[in-house]
Write a protein that binds this ligand. Structure first.
Ligand SMILES: *[C@@H]1O[C@H](CO)[C@@H](O)[C@H](O)[C@H]1NC(C)=O
Ligand SMILES: *[C@@H]1O[C@H](CO)[C@@H](O)[C@H](O)[C@H]1NC(C)=O
Ligand SMILES: *[C@@H]1O[C@H](CO)[C@@H](O)[C@H](O)[C@H]1NC(C)=O
Ligand SMILES: *[C@@H]1O[C@H](CO)[C@@H](O)[C@H](O)[C@H]1NC(C)=O
Ligand SMILES: *[C@@H]1O[C@H](CO)[C@@H](O)[C@H](O)[C@H]1NC(C)=O
Ligand SMILES: *[C@@H]1O[C@H](CO)[C@@H](O)[C@H](O)[C@H]1NC(C)=O
Length: 282
């Protein structure tokens, strides 16, 4: 290859990567502006005054953080700004996003399918909003997802069994309108540390081998549902349990004495169920 050809090739490659990186941060900006445009009320004027198109970089916008290496948006945190609106599908174009926290606002509608493009997402917190519809099955295919918070919304229908991502550590579905039974697949996610599905309309029972595949579970709160059946002696295998909240359900039978062997248990609520038999001492 002659020198001339070589330098032409290098120039084309450089131009190409320049165009790519230009395209990328432009894509992020476009995504954020579309996100802003589908917000109908911004009572503290957070986005309307700060998310200015004049600003040299979106990385200076409130709630936006960028990675040092790629200079792409890696976190969006707009928790508690009283925002009203829907989530624009364009948010799915923030392909470097790892943290999304839009909790404690008044977002309505569904979680758009396009968010399934967020392949690097580790934390999604959309709790304390007014989202509706079913819990999207695609949430289960986010390969890096570690923490999922959907609490205090109006999600309804069943919990999809796809929600068993093998990296998942925290699953918080408290205060929704979920029904049906808890899918078995969720009790087979060994990375899980917290399962919280308090105050829904769940029915059915807990699998007797529930603790076989939850070696790291620290908190299980499934109170205020319509769950029934017995608590299996297998509970002793959830050795890291610190919080076990089963109150306000229809659990019955004997309270297994194996609960006594959970040595680091700090909170145990079993009240308002149909248990019978003698008291256990802990
Ligand atoms: C937006 O807020 C950030 C952080 O508070 C600040 O550094 C920046 O100057 C603000 N930009 C505008 C246009 O107000
Ligand atoms: C944005 O730029 C326009 C003109 O280029 C200027 O009139 C306006 O004040 C600027 N807005 C902010 C928030 O800096
Ligand atoms: C977002 O900000 C809130 C308040 O500063 C903080 O508590 C929360 O942990 C942040 N979320 C993420 C994902 O960093
Ligand atoms: C971003 O997403 C929207 C809707 O999902 C799409 O229409 C748009 O073309 C995408 N791409 C860019 C580069 O903005
Ligand atoms: C439990 O998960 C493992 C992978 O972690 C899988 O191989 C196995 O088939 C699953 N078992 C059930 C009953 O779903
Ligand atoms: C469930 O939550 C709703 C709303 O927060 C509350 O009104 C209701 O009393 C709760 N139900 C139970 C059984 O705790």
């Amino acid at each position: 290859m002659g020198n001339f050809t070589f330098s032409v090739v290098v120039s084309i490659l450089l131009l190409h990567s320049f165009a790519l990186s230009l395209n990328s941060i432009t894509t992020d900006k476009h995504a954020l502006i579309s996100f802003k445009n589908s917000i109908t009320s911004d009572p503290y004027a957070i986005l309307s005054t700060n998310w200015s198109q004049n600003s040299t970089s979106v990385c200076n916008w409130i709630g936006v953080s960028c990675g040092l290496k790629h200079h792409r948006v890696t976190a969006l945190n707009l928790s508690g700004y009283g925002l009203v609106g829907t989530v624009a599908p364009h948010l799915g174009n923030l392909t470097f996003l790892r943290y999304l926290d839009i909790s404690f606002n008044s977002f309505t509608g569904i979680l758009p399918f396009e968010l399934s493009k967020l392949r690097r997402l580790k934390v999604m917190n959309v709790g304390a909003n007014s989202f509706t519809g079913k819990i999207p099955t695609w949430l289960g295919s986010l390969p890096q997802l570690e923490k999922l918070y959907l609490y205090k919304n109006s999600f309804l229908g069943i919990i999809p069994s796809s929600l068993s991502n093998q990296m998942l550590q925290i699953l918080n579905l408290n205060y929704n309108q979920l029904s049906g039974s808890i899918p078995y697949a969720i009790f087979n996610v060994s990375s899980l540390r917290e399962i919280r599905i308090r105050n829904n309309s769940l029915s059915g029972w807990l699998p007797s081998d529930m603790c076989d595949n939850l070696p790291n579970i620290e908190a299980l709160d499934i109170s205020a549902n319509q769950l029934s059946g017995q608590i299996s002696p297998n509970i002793w295998k959830c050795r890291h349990l610190q919080e076990l909240v089963l109150s306000i359900n229809h659990f019955n039978g004997k309270i297994p004495s194996e609960i006594e062997s959970l040595s680091i248990l700090k909170e145990l609520y079993l009240g308002l169920n149909d248990f019978k038999g003698k008291r256990i001492s802990i």
